[in-house]
Write a protein that binds this ligand. Sequence first.
Ligand code: HEC
Ligand code: HEC
Ligand code: HEC
Length: 160
Amino acid sequence: MNLSSKTKKWLLIGLPLLVIGSVFIISQYERTSTTHYCGNTCHIMKHPYETAFHSTHREENGVGCKDCHIPHDNLAEQVVYKGYSGARDYYKNTFAEPDVLETKEWSKNILQKNCIRCHTTLVERINVSDGKRCFECHRGEPHDKAIQSFSTEKIFTSIR
Ligand code: HEC
Ligand code: HEC
Ligand code: HEC
């Protein structure tokens, strides 16, 4: 190949940087996807973590936070959602601790798809297109009650 010396210089500097950068991003992506990370980074995750930890949907049964809370349809949505929700959580936790945890519509749709994804054999003959969401009936999975009913004040007093 006949590359100009300028191009060569850029390749020489750029390629290693690209590789190092990619390895870093991928490792961070994995690190921040573990149940341990999700449950222990912010104070406010204590309650969701504890409840999930003791439920059927716990790590040793092969179910982590990300299996329910992160989309599994395609990698693009996964990356966008994780970036968005992670950044939002950090921002809100740093600048204004929210009073109540609320599950956004986008998150609810993701949760619903994940319930169905794992429980297909059980629910494949049920019409789930326009009825209640799985977790509107199964209120206790995996966080005891609807998380929203815990104000952060209650969360904080319950863990003290
Ligand atoms: C079996 C699936 C499942 C697993 C596993 C799970 N969750 Fe949840 N999570 C839910 C459901 C369902 C809701 C409540 C949705 C509703 O009622 O509106 C919820 C709500 C929440 C909320 C309230 C706000 C929001 O973002 O929706 C937080 C925070 C949360 N979970 C954190 C966690 C953490 C941390 C873990 C891992 C330790 C975890 N969850 C594991 C299903 C799950
Ligand atoms: C990553 C896979 C996975 C996801 C996602 C998942 N589950 Fe499960 N679920 C399991 C496993 C594994 C069990 C335990 C074995 C079994 O009963 O099949 C279980 C058990 C259950 C049970 C029985 C609870 C008990 O105490 O025996 C219910 C109800 C349930 N899941 C509902 C849900 C709902 C609602 C959602 C979505 C919020 C959900 N699951 C998401 C894998 C999953
Ligand atoms: C209208 C309320 C309702 C909706 C919606 C609903 N379920 Fe259920 N589900 C029940 C009831 C009632 C039972 C039987 C009693 C029990 O085991 O808790 C049950 C049982 C189950 C079980 C077996 C629990 C066990 O102990 O073995 C699983 C798993 C389950 N549902 C998953 C789901 C999933 C996934 C969805 C969403 C596609 C869903 N359910 C939607 C009411 C509902």
